[in-house]
Write a protein that binds this ligand. Structure first.
Ligand code: FO1
Length: 323
């Protein structure tokens, strides 16, 4: 039966969900919003990296995504606010010693607001929506869970350290033995995340670190099962090009955690949840092996060294899922 549409109206544009870590995901997002209106976009974000500094709850990946969607992210670093100053951090040094995690003056306002609202009993998802709205963001930004999951890194030498200690203080130089996600088994994924996976026309796994960025989201109870149900419309983008991460320790983690540090190694990690795998032209020799995993390989240029390059990649990914 034909349904009549009022003259001149258009069918709603297909909705897209992006599962995201921080900076790598944000780069892709800059391209994605050139093709998908924010109102049709849900971004579910890792919160395993969250940390407390000066009594404030900092959610680096949520803020990176929110600031990117608002167009106010520092373009050079990929995190924090563009043009921010660091006077408060300098003053805090009097009481806390030299800082190793750089929180800008204007960025601090976000952490103060978040911390105060959480203290009042608001769930992180509600606070995240409030922050996004006040930055004028129209996309739905979701923390992966309202429950606390903390990423710890077990080092070959140096014991167990919180993620930011490993990533920022130690500049991810130390050798990693294991990743531990505290609170994972008690945590429930945000219901809106499971709904987005079930209802969106496409789900994209951003080119983020598979262990410490997407790992916490994918390992939440029920997320992998939800993705498996819609696997043909799930596309994963390789975070590795020629066996290396553009930024960060993903390739070294792959090796030390017993996986092949290549696009093929990443595809193996996602084979159960993603039907499509997007890899770089320079890695095309893996395409056949990826096909044998039961995934559809899409070979293209995945280095996002400009907004145009990110937009081009986003277009290829959307084409691959049929949007
Ligand atoms: N990354 C750094 O390398 N050094 C920093 O001092 C730093 C501060 C920072 C402050 C706020 C924020 O939202 C992010 C910040 N990041 C910093 C980025 C962050 O550590 C990582 O990008 C993620 O946690 C990994 O996705």
């Amino acid at each position: 039966m034909l349904t009549r549409r009022p003259h001149g109206s258009h069918p709603p544009r297909p909705a897209v969900a992006l599962l995201a870590g921080g900076v790598g995901a944000a780069r892709f997002l800059r391209g994605l919003v050139r093709h998908v209106p924010q109102s049709r976009l849900t971004v579910a974000v890792n919160t395993g990296d969250d940390e407390e500094f000066y009594g404030l709850h900092v959610s680096p990946d949520l803020d990176t995504i929110t600031y990117t969607l608002a167009g106010v992210v520092d373009p050079r670093q990929g995190w924090g606010l563009a043009g921010d100053s660091f006077a408060a951090l300098g003053a805090l040094a009097r009481f806390y010693g030299a800082p190793w995690f750089r929180l800008g003056d204007r960025d601090l306002a976000t952490h103060i607001f978040r911390t105060a609202r959480l203290k009042q009993g608001a769930p992180l998802s509600a606070v995240t929506a409030e922050i996004a709205r006040r930055f004028g963001v129209r996309a739905r930004v979701l923390p992966m869970s309202d429950d606390r999951v903390r990423t710890f890194v077990r080092l070959k030498r140096g014991g167990l350290v919180p993620f930011q200690d490993y990533f920022v203080r130690r500049r991810f130089r130390a050798r990693v033995q294991a990743i531990e996600l505290r609170g994972l088994f008690r945590a429930r994924p945000l219901p809106a995340l499971l709904e987005a996976i079930a209802r969106c026309a496409a789900v994209i796994l951003a080119p983020s670190n598979p262990f410490v960025s997407l790992g916490p989201i994918l390992r939440l109870s029920g997320v992998a099962a939800a993705l498996r149900k819609v696997r043909p419309r799930v596309a994963a983008i390789s975070p590795l090009i020629r066996g290396r991460a553009v930024k960060g320790p993903a390739h070294r983690m792959m090796r030390t955690l017993g996986h092949q540090p290549s696009a093929l190694g990443v595809a193996r990690l996602y084979r159960d949840v993603a039907g499509i795998f997007v890899l770089d032209r320079s890695d095309r020799r893996y395409a056949e092996a990826i096909e044998r995993l039961g995934m559809r390989p899409i070979v293209t240029d995945i280095l996002m060294n400009s907004e145009q390059a990110a937009a081009r990649l986003a277009k290829v990914v959307l084409d691959a899922v049929g949007l």
